[in-house]
Structures are given as C-alpha cells and as structure tokens.
Design a protein around this ligand. Structure first.
Ligand code: C2E
Ligand code: MG
Ligand code: MG
Ligand code: MG
Length: 288
C-alpha cells in the first residue's frame, strides 16, 4: 500500500471495497484529521462591476492543503464532506474564517460564501453567522451567501424560511450556478434573491452557440425584471466580458478578470497589486 499521512495510514483494510471505494474511504478518514488539524485555506476570486470595471466582491473558495497529496480542490472533497456530515464543522470554520479575513481587507469588498444544502439543515447556522459577523464587526451587507437550486428542492418551505432568517440578519443571498440544477422559475418566486449567478456552462459557450446566448440574455432580463442582480461565472475572454457588458449583465467573475487570489493578495488593494509588477502576481493555481 502507498504511504499515507495521518490516521489513514493503516485504514482498516476492507477487501470488499474496490479501488475507488477504497480511495474514497481513505480520503474520508483523512478529512476527519484535516478538520481536527485545520488543514484548510481559503482563496478569494474577485467579482468585477461591468459598468465601472471595479472589483466589488470576492468569492470564498476552500482549498485542502493535504500533507501528502498537496492542494486538493473542492470538487474532490465537498461531496464526501456532505455525505459524512463533516461539511457542518468545515462549513462553520469557512464562515468564521472568511468573515474574519474579509473584515481585515484594505478594501471593503463583499465576501461571498458558498453554502452547501447540507449546511442549511444545521440548526446552528444562523447563530454561527450572527456570531461571526458580530465578532468581526463587519457590515452584514458585505456578506453574501451563495446557495444552489438543490438547496431549495427538498423541504423547500423550511429552507425558504431559513433564507428569510438570514436576510433578517442583513446578509445578501445569491442563487449560484443558475440553470444547471432542476431549474424551476418557482424558486425565483419563492424567495427574493439579491442576485442570480449565471453558470459557467452557459457563459463559456455563449459566443459559439445561439442557444446559450439566448439563455444568458434572457436570464439577465428576467433578473432585472425581478429586481435581482446578475453575475456571470467563468468569464475567460475579453469577448465574453464585452458581450456581457453590452447586454446589461451587472457583474462578472472568471479567469479573464482574475484567478482566485491567495489570502494575502486578496487583502491588499488593487493598486498595490498592480505596482508589485507582473512577476509578483499570483501564479495560476496548480490543478491538483
Ligand atoms: P462555484 O461556487 O460555482 O465556484 C466557482 C468555481 O469555478 C471555482 O472552482 C472557481 O475556481 C472556478 N472558476 C472561476 N472562474 C473560472 C473560469 O474562468 N474558468 C473555469 N474553468 N473555472 C473557473 P472551485 O474552487 O474548484 O470550486 C468548485 C465548487 O466547489 C464551487 O463552485 C462550489 O460549489 C464548491 N465550493 C468551493 N468552495 C466551497 C466552500 O467553501 N463551501 C462549499 N459548501 N462549497 C464550496
Ligand atoms: Mg459559488
Ligand atoms: Mg457558481
Ligand atoms: Mg458554477
């Protein structure tokens, strides 16, 4: 067996598990250690206002600094964290840490935080957020919670109620990855989101495909008619950026604007980042 760090070194070998199940099992055991030992960091991806070109917010993205495997992206561990319930302590840490870091940024940008549907069942959620905001002494309007359509699918009444309680705290609510879940326009009626995030899958094919273009254009119009803001995700080219601006999208986020920034970089004002010169700009993140 390969050498592994932490408790999974001699993870009880179960011959009935196939290779994938075994790998997942090991990752799950490592995840428990990781949470206990605090092996996570947060990076922040800027969101730009398409009218002014200025950064208005940053989205929090979690990274696992695995002692053996190096940096692991959330696509590899969030679903394990959800299945095991470990997303609850991890998510609480992310909320506290992100809000604390954002409170010390030089610029008062908004801080967007992803919330897993599983976290919405955590009875402590409102308390955790309330305390984090109070301790950091941050304006709650700077805090934006991103939820996906799947969070509204099950038990939607309780969740809509929860969203209202969050709103009462003064935080903003964004509907993430719009158009990829079991999209139902009913969700837009059930709760007045502050913002709709148009998923990357539409944005990335928008200029090549008339159908994607039609979807993006109409989501922008729908959002506007409902009094909601729009952020386009995964903007990678100047052409996409310009098209979105011309079509009245309010904000954009993606590699064309900036890769996610390491925490120290996210804290500094844009001017000092530019002055530091291209050599010192953060390197594109390594894909694990
Ligand atoms: P998301 O919320 O839709 O986040 C955007 C993802 O798209 C991020 O991937 C980001 O790095 C990536 N991205 C941004 N711009 C571009 C671009 O121009 N091109 C391409 N190809 N990709 C781009 P990441 O960090 O791997 O996160 C993936 C997903 O994992 C997130 O999707 C979110 O659903 C989840 N996630 C990330 N951080 C957290 C967290 O703190 N808590 C929870 N519950 N989920 C998280
Ligand atoms: Mg998100
Ligand atoms: Mg998203
Ligand atoms: Mg997305």
């Amino acid at each position: 067996a390969a050498k592994r760090a932490g408790r999974s070194t001699f993870a009880d070998y179960d011959p009935s598990l196939n290779h994938n199940e075994h790998a997942r099992r090991n990752l799950e055991l490592d995840l428990r250690t990781a949470i206990a030992e605090g092996q996570f960091t947060l990076v922040y991806q800027p969101q730009v206002c398409l009218k002014t070109g200025e950064w208005t917010g940053k989205e929090t993205l979690v990274r696992w600094e695995h002692p053996v495997r190096g940096r692991i992206l959330p696509g590899e561990f969030i679903d394990i964290a959800e299945d095991t319930g470990l997303i609850i302590p991890l998510g609480e840490w992310i909320i506290r840490q992100a809000i604390e870091e954002a409170a010390s940024w030089d610029e008062p940008h908004r801080i967007a935080i992803n919330l897993s549907p599983v976290q919405m069942c955590n009875p402590n959620l409102v308390t955790v957020l309330t305390n984090a905001i109070a301790e950091a002494q941050i304006d709650p309007q700077r805090v934006e919670i991103e939820i996906t359509e799947s969070a509204l699918m099950h038990d939607s009444e309780t969740n809509v109620e929860l969203l209202h309680r969050l709103r009462d705290l003064g935080v903003r609510i964004a509907l993430d990855d719009f158009g990829t879940g079991y999209s139902s326009l009913n969700y837009l009626r059930a709760f007045p989101f502050d913002k709709i995030k148009i998923d990357r899958c539409f944005v990335s094919e928008m200029l090549e495909r008339a159908d994607c273009r039609a979807i993006v254009r109409n989501v922008i119009m729908l959002a506007r008619a409902l009094g909601m803001e729009t952020t386009a995700e995964g903007v990678e080219t100047k052409e996409q950026y310009d098209w979105l601006r011309r079509h009245g999208c309010l904000e954009a986020q993606g590699y064309y604007i900036s890769r996610p920034l390491e925490s120290e970089m996210a804290a500094r004002p844009a001017a000092s980042r530019e002055e530091s010169g291209p050599d010192q700009l953060p390197a594109p993140e390594q894909i694990a």
